[in-house]
Ligand binder design. Structure first.
Ligand SMILES: [Fe+2]
Length: 370
């Protein structure tokens, strides 16, 4: 006979489980974009602890040769230094079969050499689109209960999202270091052709990121800003060396030649379709906020935000560095000059962020005695 009360409570339980699973997936997919690998792993471990009510969670990665498992992140009763060489034990078995598995009395598995501190264990492989990355292991419920099928479903849901997120982050990191390596070689080639610009690019990059952070820009924009700053003067590769290295004031023709570098930079990079915003910020990094005295005559918000940031960072470094055609200003004088040009040459909002950044920066250096 059907017991309506029992039936209802079962449905409620199923709904609760489904809701829990859905909200968990939502939380994970939302936070995983643009996190580092360590951040992703730490969130996975925390999510597993909270969602499944366990004392221990560990994210394990398979090493490059595919022979050992090492701990990336762990919480609770786990030996971080332990490496698990490929064997027939519970964790490797789950990785090889690509299926989750649970062991309520670990001692009976004969696998308690490694994991003698634990009573019960659940493992789920972390699988990306391309390969198995490792495993998510949880152990010992706070309540002392066994693991149920619903726990396995939750752990699989976390692992499925985590596997893809980690693989993406690994791929992104690899691409990013390739790209930044190529960019840095280009910048080196540029700085080698001029004796006045050594270190300029790295400093402008540091200043731009400082301003960007004080404007509250997200990590995706900051990443683009970094590449824009590294490449902002790349067009000078095509500027004659005699002009770049001239020891004295430039004449009118030479200024015309120098002023071509933003457009040349944009032209050099035009084939990189994913660089659209970066190219525009390079092209317009010498525009003035009031539309006067710039190269292309853009004005206000017609000038891309990253270009407006580069403009302040670039001017600050130019003023505080020695150049053949004018004397270097003190840091304080350069700050005053930037403030004076707020609303004419520079975007006032960018200048405000610059002042916040530069003051924080100065204090930091005074405190540390530099
Ligand atoms: Fe420039």
């Amino acid at each position: 006979m059907i017991d309506p009360e029992k039936d209802l409570s079962l449905t409620v339980q199923e709904l609760t489980n489904a809701y829990e699973e859905l909200s968990l997936l939502y939380r994970i997919s939302e936070v995983f974009s643009f996190l580092s690998i360590d951040e992703i792993c730490s969130r996975i471990a925390n999510e597993a602890i909270n969602s499944l009510g366990v004392k221990t969670a560990a994210v394990l990665f398979v090493d490059e040769k595919g022979e050992r498992l090492f701990t990336k992140i762990s919480i609770g009763n786990w030996d971080r230094d332990m490496e698990i060489v490929r064997d027939n034990g519970v964790i490797w078995k789950s990785i090889e079969t690509r299926r989750p598995s649970a062991y309520c009395r670990l001692k009976e598995t004969g696998y308690d050499d490694y994991l003698s501190q634990l009573t019960s264990l659940m493992v789920c492989p972390l699988v990306g689109k391309v390969k198995v990355i490792g495993a998510l292991v949880i152990a010992d419920k706070e309540t002392g209960e066994e693991f149920f099928s619903n726990d396995s479903k939750l752990l699989s849901a976390i692992s499925a999202q985590a596997g893809l997120a980690i693989e993406n982050a690994l791929l992104y990191k690899e691409l990013e270091s390739l790209l930044l390596g190529a960019i840095r070689s280009l910048v080196k080639a540029l700085e080698a052709s001029s004796c006045w610009t050594a270190g300029h690019t790295e400093r402008v990059t540091e200043y731009s990121i400082g301003i960007g952070r004080h404007m509250g820009l997200g990590s995706e924009v900051i990443e683009k800003l970094k590449i824009s700053a590294l490449l902002h003067d790349i067009g000078k590769i095509a500027t004659p060396k005699e002009i770049l290295n001239k020891n004295g004031k430039l004449d009118e023709d030479e200024w015309i030649e120098i002023k071509r570098h933003p457009a040349l930079g944009a032209e050099i990079l035009v084939e990189l379709k994913q660089f659209k915003e970066i190219i525009l910020s390079i092209k317009y990094h010498h525009e003035h906020w009031d539309g006067k005295n710039g190269i292309f005559g853009l004005k206000g918000e017609e000038i891309p935000l990253m270009a407006r940031i580069l403009s302040v960072a670039d001017a600050f470094d130019a003023m505080t560095s020695d150049r053949p055609y004018r004397q270097m200003k003190s840091r304080e004088d350069a700050i005053i000059e930037i403030e004076r040009c707020s609303g004419t040459q520079f975007d006032p909002e960018v200048v405000n962020a610059f002042l916040l950044w530069v003051r924080g920066f100065t204090q930091l250096h005074q405190v540390s005695g530099f």
